[in-house]
Structures are given as structure tokens and as C-alpha cells.
Write a protein that binds this ligand. Structure first.
Ligand SMILES: Cc1cc2nc3c(=O)[nH]c(=O)nc-3n(C[C@H](O)[C@H](O)[C@H](O)COP(=O)(O)OP(=O)(O)OC[C@H]3O[C@@H](n4cnc5c(N)ncnc54)[C@H](O)[C@@H]3O)c2cc1C
Length: 434
């Protein structure tokens, strides 16, 4: 049961982008409703079990502060995060606290299923729960569903996949293991450098989160014996705050467009088959994993790419790699173009030069032809290459915060999004852009 049927700001989707948007708009005094399909917060950061946070440090400049840093600080204080690795439980707990402090109303187990639009303005949303369907009104809307669902429901423009091939990035079902002898497996990597990915430097500090990716020699043998998934080329894991635990970003689910329920069901099945084979392989073949055990698999298969909005400005791969700067900057990032290749597509990781960063312009969060709808996180307006850089959690948080600030100012100044003075938005986001 909602507290009201009229809100200043409605945010659809409670991943890191939606949480940041709602906290910002709530802390600026708006009545905010955050609608979430799951009965818990976090999206990919919890249901997807994604850890660690990708980098937002460029040289010694920390580009994302604001709400993102509040999330980090809260998780560290409760022992749920070290370095950049964290647990889903810590994320959910801190997000819950921040939303409460900002007086945000959260509707769990609730799906946004319809949008009524008049002259480019969303007037009503239709939401559905197990107990029925209802309508609600708001002045501003923010789509942080990851899949640009509100954009699509409002018949605003969107794109999906590679501009030429239509391909979407591979899916991954995360899992966690415990009982890993990390030092032993790290030593193995030093002795077999040729079997590990080129970005590894083999300098390990075991007091921090470490990343290991490879074991290709052992995998080749296991594949020849039919004991390893054909579509997985390497094992990639990063350690977690508790010693001997790791988060595995390893399964590689190809040939699936995850925008339909049937396809997600298939992905779920493939993901679990791959986890079983990979864990068995690690236990039997990989030094350091003899006593390791599976702790859990993610609640859902991780989805990197589905629909994204067509925005007033579409950030490109060139913008990312050339460290573009914009007059209407509202967030910044330094992560490069990271495409997990689909079937018959090469994976890519193109980095920026050391010390470089790019701006994210407000226009890439403003949905084309929409008067009161913005997007953040994975729904951002970008080409496929641009999206492949902007989708990471720190940037998703910063773009969410920017949407929250802009929507709240439109409400407070009783005006439309395009009439909110940029200087006022900037004032609210100085942490992230100064
Ligand atoms: C396998 C994988 C590995 C990754 N690795 C990293 C990494 O190492 N580091 C990093 O920083 N980033 C990583 N990322 C990227 C990052 O995790 C995501 O892009 C980011 O978390 C997206 O956040 P979001 O808030 O935009 O969307 P999401 O986290 O997807 O949240 C969207 C939310 O909206 C809800 N929702 C959807 N539709 C509706 C609806 N109609 N009604 C109500 N609610 C709805 C969903 O339930 C969900 O909770 C990875 C992603 C994947 C998939």
C-alpha cells in the first residue's frame, strides 16, 4: 500500500543508479517513491552479486564522491567492504539506511508496467503487485530499470545492441567461493604467467582485494576432456573482504538477448550448468582450490546490456577514449570501453591514458522528446561503445545522483527540466565534478 498516489519524483528501479537518484531527490526535500521489482535493494550490486566496484580513480584524482562514497563508507564501517570489494548484504543494508535518512518511500515487489504520456510528458504510471494494478502521478520520473523500461513503456526512443550487428554483450552468472588458498593459487599464476590475461602484473598484496584471470592451460586440457564449458575461456575472480573468499565473474552465456523472460530462463539454466562445471574444475585441477567450496550463486544472471535510451546527446566511444569535456558536465568517469564479446565477437577493453577522465553531460541523461523523464545507470543515452564504459557502478551512482538533483530542482523551482539553470544543478553536484 503506497503512502500517497501523487509524488514529486518517482524513480523506477532500485539498483545503484536508482538508489542514488532517490537519495539525492529525497535529501533535497522532495516526496520520492522508489519502485523495485525485487523485495530488496541493489539490482546488479546485490541480485547480480557484482563485486568489486570498478575504478573511479584517475591518477590520484577520485572522480566519484557524493552518494557513492557514502555507500562505500557505510559498507567499510560494517566490515562488508575492503579496498573495492564488497558483499551484497552490506550494500543492501547501507542503501536501506541512506534511503531512510532521505525519507524516500520504497515500494518492493512492484513492477512498473505502463506509462501514460501527454505532449511528451508522463502523466501517470501503472504499477503492478501481486495484489493488483494501480496508477500514480508524479511531476518527474527517472528510469533506472537497467533496461530502459520506462522509456519503452512511454514510447520514447531507445536502442539496443551494437549499431551494426545488433549484438549484445555476454551474460554472466556470478558465484562466490570460500576456502581458497589465495597465496597458493597466486604463486601458481606467477609460475605460469603465459596462462594468464595480459593485464595481470603478478604483484600481489594479500591485504587488499586481488584479481586473478586465466588458467588457460589447465582449461584447455579440461575442455579436451569435456569437463569445462565450451564458451568460457578463462576463470576470473576477485577476492572479498573475508580471507579465502572470491567473487567469480567467469561464466560466459552467449547467444541470448536477455530482454525477454524466456531468454532469461535459458540464461539461468546455462549459467548454473557452467557454475557446476567450473567449480568442479577448480577443485580438481587448480592449485589452491583443493578445499574451496561454492558459497552461493547470484539471485539472477548478470545482464550487461539491453535497451538504452536515445538521449539529447549520445556519448560515444570516442568521447570516452578522448576524455571529452562538456559544458553541462554532471558526472565524470575514467573507465574504458569494456565489451564482453558475444558469440563471434571479440571482447574489448580499451583504456584511457593514465590520468585522463571524461565528463558525462546532462544531455545524455535527458531522454529525447521527453519533458519529465531522465535516465541513469545502465539506461544512459550512449552509443554501444559509450555505454560499455558508462555502465559500471561508480558512474551509475554518479549519473543517478545527477538525475536526482536535476529532477528535485525542477520540482523545487516549479519548472520543467530544460528550464532548470545548469549553475543550480552544478552547485548540487560539486562533489562529483569540481
Ligand atoms: C556480469 C557483470 C559484471 C559486472 N562487473 C562489474 C564490476 O566488476 N564493477 C562494476 O563497477 N560494474 C560491473 N558491472 C556493471 C554494473 O554492475 C551494472 O551496470 C550496474 O550495477 C547497473 O546499475 P543500474 O542501477 O543502472 O541497474 P541495475 O543494477 O540493473 O538495477 C535495475 C533495477 O531495476 C529493477 N527493475 C527493472 N525493471 C523494473 C520494473 N519494470 N519495475 C520495477 N523495477 C524494475 C531491477 O529489479 C533492478 O533492481 C557488471 C555487470 C555485470 C552484469
Amino acid at each position: 500500500m503506497l503512502l500517497r498516489n501523487e509524488y514529486d519524483v518517482v524513480v523506477a528501479g532500485a539498483g545503484i543508479a536508482g538508489i542514488s537518484a532517490a537519495v539525492k531527490a529525497g535529501s533535497l526535500g522532495c516526496n520520492v517513491l522508489l519502485i523495485e521489482h525485487y523485495p530488496f535493494l541493489g539490482g546488479m550490486s546485490s541480485a547480480g552479486m557484482v563485486s568489486p566496484f570498478m575504478k573511479s580513480m584517475s591518477g590520484d584524482k577520485d572522480l566519484v564522491q557524493g552518494i557513492y562514497k557514502d555507500v562505500e563508507k557505510g559498507m567499510r564501517n560494517m566490515g562488508g567492504m575492503i579496498d573495492n570489494g564488497f558483499y551484497s548484504w552490506a550494500f543492501r543494508s547501507v542503501a536501506n539506511q541512506l534511503l531512510g535518512d532521505a525519507n524516500v518511500e520504497v515500494a518492493y515487489n512492484t513492477d512498473v508496467v505502463g506509462a501514460e504520456v501527454e505532449d511528451g510528458r508522463i502523466t501517470y504510471l501503472t504499477i503492478a503487485t501481486a495484489y493488483g494494478v494501480s496508477r500514480l502521478h508524479a511531476r518527474q520520473f527517472i528510469d533506472t530499470t537497467g533496461d530502459a523500461q520506462l522509456v519503452a513503456l512511454g514510447s520514447f526512443p531507445w536502442l539496443k545492441g551494437d549499431e551494426k550487428t545488433g549484438k549484445l554483450q555476454a551474460l554472466t552468472l556470478f558465484f562466490r567461493m570460500g576456502g581458497i588458498d589465495v597465496e597458493k593459487t597466486a604463486e601458481y599464476s606467477k609460475q605460469h604467467k603465459e596462462d594468464f590475461l595480459p593485464w595481470m602484473d603478478f604483484k600481489y598484496d594479500f591485504s587488499r582485494i586481488i584479481s586473478i584471470a586465466g588458467y588457460t592451460g589447465l582449461i584447455k586440457k579440461a575442455k579436451a576432456e569435456g569437463r569445462f564449458p565450451d564458451d568460457v575461456d578463462y576463470v576470473f575472480f576477485t577476492t572479498l573482504p573475508v580471507s579465502g573468499e572470491g567473487a567469480f565473474n567467469t561464466t560466459n552465456i552467449l547467444g541470448i538477448d536477455p530482454s525477454t523472460s524466456g531468454a532469461l530462463t535459458e540464461a539461468e539454466n546455462i549459467g548454473h550448468q557452467q557454475v557446476a562445471q567450473v567449480v568442479d574444475f577448480l577443485n580438481k585441477d587448480v592449485p589452491g582450490f583443493e578445499k574451496a567450496y561454492l558459497i552461493d550463486t547470484a539471485v539472477q544472471v548478470g545482464v550487461r546490456e539491453t535497451r538504452r535510451a536515445v538521449a539529447q546527446y549520445m556519448m560515444t566511444g570516442e568521447d570516452i577514449l578522448n576524455a571529452a569535456k562538456f559544458d553541462d558536465v554532471v558526472a565524470r568517469g575514467c573507465y574504458g570501453v569494456d565489451i564482453h564479446g558475444q558469440k563471434d565477437e571479440e571482447s574489448r577493453m580499451d583504456d584511457l591514458e593514465e590520468g585522463a577522465w571524461y565528463d558525462v553531460p546532462l544531455r545524455s541523461l535527458r531522454v529525447k522528446d521527453a519533458e519529465n523523464l531522465m535516465v541513469a545507470g545502465r539506461c544512459i543515452g550512449a552509443t554501444r561503445e559509450g555505454h560499455a564504459a558508462l555502465r559500471i557502478q561508480p558512474t551509475a551512482s554518479a549519473t543517478g545522483e545527477a538525475c536526482g538533483a536535476t529532477a528535485a530542482l525542477a520540482v523545487k523551482l516549479n519548472t520543467t527540466l530544460d528550464k532548470v539553470p545548469y549553475e543550480k544543478i552544478r552547485e548540487q553536484l560539486l562533489n562529483n565534478i569540481d
